[in-house]
Ligand binder design. Sequence first.
Ligand code: F6P
Length: 360
Amino acid sequence: MRRIGILTGGGDCPGLNAVIRAVVKNASQNKVEVVGVHDGFLGLVEKNTRLLGADDVSNILTLGGTILGSSNKDNPFHLMEEDAAGKVHSHDRSKDIQKNLKGMGIEALVVLGGDGSMTVAHKLAVMGVRIIGVPKTIDNDLVGTDQTFGYDTAVSIATEAVDRLHTVAASHHRVIVIEVMGRYAGWLALGSGLAGGGDIILIPETPYEEKKVADAIWARRKKGKKSSIIVIAEGAHPKGGQMVVDRVNPLSAERIRLGGISRELAHHLEAKSSIECRSVILGHVVRGGTPTAFDRNLATLFGVHAMELVLKGRFGRMVALKNTRISSVPLAQVGGKCRKVPLNHEWIKAARSIGVEFGV
Ligand code: F6P
């Protein structure tokens, strides 16, 4: 193995640079050159790359985002391109990727990404591209791994926000509805809601009844608790209701962007009571900045293991954390699925057993 490529796909997430650093440093010890691909798979279609040496990854362990740039709307199998008249057409550019990899002498590819990127990685692997996946996402919803890097940092940032909003809510006797990301899985809301001492946690896996949420707030009032904190995932929705879509991006494979359920819920709760209900959307804040020590270490272990797989020629696999050990799973088992919070998960059981409400 003389030269490999590395790219970051999908939404950014703390720890991406820590993985890039680990791969490049380990590769240079093994006399393997690393080509950094800019802006996800698009960089392979457009041959937008640069050689990464050990010096290029110096001091990036703690840096948020990705030094390579990323894209969550450039699936090479359905690349959306606008014609002169402004009409959008989908093109399959996967063969260009194969050709460009060959042309650039890239013998294997390490792909850091979430579900969308792992699905593309698997399809490229089926075409014969030698590929290793590394699981990232603040949503923690990738199957095949117990945890993705980025999640721990996002939980920590969201928890700090919940802590801060507790004192605001208490001072003003308010209800504050705090919305965190998490489209189809409520790991982030559950993790930060539990760690932040949220009174009510609402996740996509358990559609809630507004009346039950309101009752829980009143029950707290009767006990003398004049403020309440609700932590809600952006993808949570009332029973029989819909997720709140903030915008649609026709160029993206996952077209919808969520946001606003907290505002909707706060308005409904306030309309039904005399209590002031406010909402805060944390959004991308939890995706930015320095990774936690846990995420730095997980990212480093993932990067080193990705290189091990490359050197052993074990392609078509995604690095994974399984029962506290680093291992790998076939990419074929990962794409197109979502690891939701199981309803019997011990965090849910523990939360319920200390009086946290889920609105169901
Ligand atoms: O998948 C990660 C994620 O942060 C989701 O939680 C969120 O729904 C989505 O990405 C937001 O994407 P964008 O950066 O395009 O707004």
